[in-house]
Design a protein around this ligand. Structure first.
Ligand code: NAP
Length: 223
């Protein structure tokens, strides 16, 4: 029987985050996933207020919530750039910074940041999204180095194309078919396929993987 841990997952209302929350609960963990009325990740002040009011200290932190605003470089409004950076990069930084201390003290912690294949390659219109996710990869590596002496393991995963609201909002049916055609496995991922690997990374079975940025993309990035 695996040890029951406390896990905090952002963006657990839908998609990949919901699948991760369900799987970790099924694995016997105690999972909290605040919705945006409790914790609005686009507002650093909301993140700081949530942290000040919470005494719950998770063993597992999964920075899953994400935001994409599609726009060309020349027409991207500063407020959209800022919102994407806040949700995808600043909020993970603030949560890791606040929660690492208790993990270090217990000499056990697992942090997974949900990045994207668009942190490694990109497409027109993904300027803020790619910049934020590339930043998240850098945050992952440095945090992993600083926390490794305390047995706190920090990794990022890079999903390819997953069947969620985010994909449906940013792509019409023809565009989704074009994405599918770029995937060697010939299909988009389901959220539970991403969740399965996250559950491994945050488990006691993962004892030696840290500081890695790992694609889960059906072979997309091999091409
Ligand atoms: N789908 C893909 O193909 C794909 C590919 C690569 C990477 N990813 C990454 O995987 C992660 C999950 O994506 P998904 O496809 O599951 O996304 P999704 O279906 O759009 O869900 C996004 C989640 O993030 C939450 N969220 C967004 N902005 C928030 C804010 N300001 N405060 C609090 N919560 C907020 C949403 O909450 P609400 O329900 O309140 O809106 C929702 O729970 C993201 O980091 C995304 O970048 C996705």
């Amino acid at each position: 029987m695996a040890t029951s841990r406390k896990a905090l997952i952002t963006g657990g209302t839908r998609g990949i985050g919901q699948a991760i929350a369900e799987l970790l609960r099924a694995d016997g963990h105690s999972v909290k996933s605040p919705d945006r009325t409790e914790l609005d990740l686009a507002l650093p002040g909301s993140v700081q207020a949530y942290l000040q009011n919470s005494t719950w200290q998770p063993d597992i932190l999964i920075n899953n919530a994400g935001l994409n605003k599609i726009s060309s470089l020349e027409s991207l409004p500063l407020e959209d750039w800022q919102a994407v950076l806040n949700v995808n990069l600043t909020a993970p930084f603030l949560l890791i910074q606040a929660m690492a201390g208790a993990m270090k003290h217990r000499r056990w912690g697992r942090i997974v940041n949900i990045s994207s294949c668009y942190s490694i390659v990109s497409r027109a219109g993904r300027l803020a999204y790619s910049a934020s996710k590339s930043g998240l990869n850098g945050l992952t590596r440095t945090a992993a180095l600083e926390l490794a002496p305390h047995n706190v393991l920090v990794n990022a995963i890079c999903p390819g194309f997953v069947e969620t609201d985010m994909t449906r909002q940013n792509n019409d049916a023809a565009q989704i078919e074009a994405l599918r055609a770029q995937v060697p496995l010939g299909r988009l991922a389901q959220p539970d396929e991403i969740a399965a690997f996250v559950a491994f990374l945050v488990s006691d079975r993962n004892t030696y993987i840290t500081g890695q940025v790992i694609p889960i993309d059906g072979g997309f990035l091999c091409q």
